[in-house]
Design a protein around this ligand. Sequence first.
Ligand code: PLP
Length: 333
Amino acid sequence: MLASGRYVNGPETEAFEREFAAFTGAAHAVAVSNGTDALALLLAAHGVGPGDDVVLPANTFRATAEAVHFVGARPVLCDVNADTLLVDGASVARAATPQMRAVMAVHLFGYLAPVGDIADAAEGAIVLEDAAQAHGALLNGRHAGTLAQGGAFSFFPAKSLGAAGDAGAILFDDELLAAKARSLRNHGRGTHETLGRNARMDEIQAAILRVKLPHLRSWIDRRRAIEKTYRDAFAGREDIRFLPAIAGTTPAPLNTVIRCTDRDAVARTLAENGVETGVHYPVPIHLLEPYRALGYAAGDFPNAEAACREILSLPNHPQMTDEDVDRVIAALS
Ligand SMILES: Cc1ncc(COP(=O)(O)O)c(C=O)c1O
């Protein structure tokens, strides 16, 4: 790829788009610079902009809300389901506004939000999937990102398909929307000249992703097996709970997220035994400083706030050996 001298808008990007579309079963994949740009271009391709409200869960990574700002629309937050910790139809119905133009179905931790229920509650608004953490997650055999009117993916290195840097992609069923996103990512150039920007994927990232993509299925299977080992090992524990998968879905876990009655004690015990953990995410969107201006207060989204207090991400990576997994379990036993 380096020898070709073709560093952007080249054959690696085109080939990756074809291969990622085939992997997910989408009609069209548009390769972009990162997952945040994928979300913003997905919204922009649908014409979401100033004057529009976009409903999204308070329990998500902040990029979901950033993307709404980037297109000039207003993020409207909703709570999450108390059990799944994901946005659902009831939470969207409670948050709906007259200006609701789109809803972000965010599939956190590789677990799918109920896109059908969300679409029912969306009252005709567009439903878009933030599938940045959901490579390989399935609903009755259909891939995350193909379940609604477009899906955004991140290939940040820590994702289950990670680039050697930043990269992202958008999936579409509709050819015209895909063409619009392709134009928007490349300064609005193309058949319909429009105001765009630079949100292209580098050829080198596309080339790296093409080498990794054929391994993704087996890597996801390994993460599933590791998560099952944790579930089996901690099945009798009242102080540790695992997330439920919605009927018909096959999750593709990233880290293994558990809910703990005393999260800090569990994290401390693991740290003392040399096991690194994370919290994804410690603060809900409405309590993050940049989003204070939205006017929400502590207590507005109790399920999201409880999630932020209780969740802990256990190590889960396809390169972990059985002994690595046993070490985590032993540390907590
Ligand atoms: C749920 C979610 N949405 C959006 C993003 C943004 O992706 P990126 O970091 O590639 O911009 C991420 C990943 O970081 C994410 O986890």
